[in-house]
Write a protein that binds this ligand. Structure first.
Ligand SMILES: Cc1cc2nc3c(=O)[nH]c(=O)nc-3n(C[C@H](O)[C@H](O)[C@H](O)COP(=O)(O)O)c2cc1C
Length: 160
């Protein structure tokens, strides 16, 4: 495995990429940097933030590098159902690990900010007590990045 490549909108995915890079002793590059620094076909772990169930930048990364595993960084709590949706929507033929990221309203702009508030308002309308935590996070923001969340991905990466 040669490097970790990431695409991050507000910094949570980048934080995971840096933690993983440190643990593995490999470089972490943004997808932009990697385009000039990393040879095509290099073996990589790709981390991308999740927008509407799509792992941002993953399709492009698969065309250029040999992606051995991917990390999907989203806001929803870790659940098998959500991870299976992400696997189905992103059509990965390599292992996919879910990493809970966070939300920082001060770093969101324009349409993305509006969409987050729409998601929150839809959840409020659903009136399901199970969504209370997520509604609070969508309102106030939060940071769930931790080394512990990387345990499964790290174990897999160490076998590569
Ligand atoms: C427009 C928009 C759509 C999003 N859609 C999802 C989603 O479908 N599933 C999810 O878990 N998180 C979703 N999120 C939350 C982000 O994936 C989460 O905030 C992530 O940690 C951002 O990572 P970053 O800081 O690296 O950009 C969405 C965020 C935005 C702004």
């Amino acid at each position: 495995m040669d490097a970790i490549i990431y695409e991050s909108n507000t910094g949570f995915t980048e934080h995971y990429a840096r933690l993983l890079a440190e643990k593995l002793g490999k470089p972490a590059y943004s997808a932009k940097e990697a385009a000039s620094k990393l040879a095509k076909g290099s073996e990589v772990i790709y981390l991308g933030w999740v927008m509407a169930n799509q792992i941002c930048g993953l399709k492009k990364a698969v065309r250029r590098w040999n992606v051995k595993a991917a990390g999907a960084v989203g806001l929803y709590p870790l659940s098998e159902t959500n991870t299976n949706i992400l696997i189905a929507k992103n059509k990965t033929d390599f292992p996919l690990f879910y990493l809970r990221g966070g939300l920082d309203h001060s770093r969101l702009k324009g349409m993305k900010k509006k969409l987050i508030l729409m998601i929150r308002d839809n959840l409020i309308r659903e009136n399901d007590p199970q969504n209370a935590e997520l509604i609070k996070v969508l309102t106030d923001g939060g940071d769930f990045v931790s080394e512990e969340n990387l345990t499964a991905l790290l174990a897999f990466a160490l076998m590569l």
